[in-house]
Design a protein around this ligand. Structure first.
Ligand SMILES: O=C[C@H](O)[C@H](O)COP(=O)(O)O
Ligand SMILES: C=C(OP(=O)(O)O)C(=O)O
Length: 347
């Protein structure tokens, strides 16, 4: 009898409902879709230098709790409406966490936070959260990690990131070339910018790759290429890269069109040396750089939640509104920072 030679390390396969069935069960109202399309086109204008407002991608490191996430979204949305003449505020609604080794992989992978990995519920919860946030009128930003996921959620996303751990991956560049929204590529965790610059070239080109269609059928996915791409400077290798010299280095590497704004600065991660309390000083220094005439900066990213810091998932009960992944600044600090930037920005 011949021995089985494939799937020897697979425990089980569990079928998932198709993207079209999921979208039917949790439909996005037409008004919401129109708004997503409008937000994407406003981000494109900012990328091209036609809209001078500063993008601020702000919100929890990971979205783990519907109630706290929506409370945060409500507060942020009020601030967004107040400051929208100078700041284009978009909420970080991150459902997928790429880990350095192992750890909780986000709401889509493990929505019950107990290693049961009920991804069917995870995708459903993610979609429900995105609909609720969109219904407030607040644009959503997310990181796409698993190339299957966009078929389930991307209709509700205005801006997407490819993370530092996947920017060099061909699979992620191919996915980005087919995404419908502007995409930012992080520099590598060791600080190198080349992989992000290469990702931007790759994602602008058409590709063909294997994926699923809206019916869930395995398909050859042929993309048109996505011109709406930029770099995200997140620091790395023990060094920050939000200073003027690093911005000049990124500019010469990218050789961007004269008016384009193709650089976003992440105030967290390597730029804060993973100390969330340092995010405000990074943010304020970049605002100062912009006020001194630097025109290539599209926006800033902040990790922020209701309560400052982070907590371990081993701790129960969990503290309401506090990050279960990277440390975040609290909402009060975030609000003060954004108000100050709004009054000091010369745009
Ligand atoms: O933004 C989140 C984390 O920095 C990223 O997912 C890596 O986390 P880890 O190093 O704790 O695994
Ligand atoms: C994982 C993230 O960042 P990075 O890819 O820069 O580590 C993130 O922004 O959540």
């Amino acid at each position: 009898m011949s021995q089985k030679s494939s799937n020897t390390h697979i425990r089980e396969f569990e079928a998932l409902i198709s993207p079209v069935e999921m979208r039917k069960a949790h439909p996005a109202p037409n008004t919401v879709i129109d708004q997503v399309l409008d937000y994407r086109s406003q981000i494109r204008s900012a990328l091209q230098g036609d809209d001078p407002r500063l993008l601020v991608i702000v919100g929890p490191c990971s979205f783990h709790d519907q109630k706290a996430g929506l409370e945060y979204a409500n507060k942020l949305n009020k601030l967004r409406q107040e400051l929208e003449d100078k700041l284009f505020i978009i909420m970080r609604v991150y459902f997928e966490k790429p880990r350095t080794t192992v750890g909780w992989k986000g709401l889509i992978n493990d929505p019950h936070l107990d290693d049961s990995q009920d991804m069917a519920a995870g995708i459903r919860k993610a979609r429900q959260a995105l609909i609720s946030i969109a219904e407030l009128g607040l644009p959503a930003a997310t990181e796409f990690l698993d190339p299957i996921v966009p078929q389930y959620t991307s209709d509700l996303v205005s801006w997407a990131a490819i993370g530092a751990r996947t920017t060099e991956s061909q699979t992620h560049r191919e996915m980005a070339s087919g995404l419908s929204m502007p995409v930012g590529f992080k520099n590598a965790t060791d600080g190198s910018l080349d992989i992000a610059a290469n990702a931007m070239v790759s994602a602008q080109a058409p590709h063909a790759f294997l994926g699923i269609d809206s019916q869930g059928h395995t398909s050859i996915v042929r993309t048109k290429g996505n011109k709406d791409v930029h770099i995200i400077l997140r620091g790395g290798g023990g060094q920050p890269n939000y200073d003027r010299k690093s911005i000049q280095t990124a500019k010469s590497l990218l050789k961007a069109e004269p008016n384009a704004r193709r650089i976003m600065i992440d105030c967290s991660h390597g730029n804060s040396n993973k100390d969330y309390r340092r995010q405000p000083e990074v943010f304020e220094e970049v605002i100062e750089t912009i006020n001194q005439g630097e025109q290539s900066i599209l926006g800033l990213m902040l990790e922020s939640f209701l309560v400052g810091g982070k907590q371990s998932l081993d701790q129960r009960p969990l503290t309401y509104g506090q990050s279960v992944t990277d440390g975040c600044i609290d909402f009060e600090t975030t609000e003060a920072l954004l108000r100050k930037a709004h009054s000091s920005l010369h745009i």
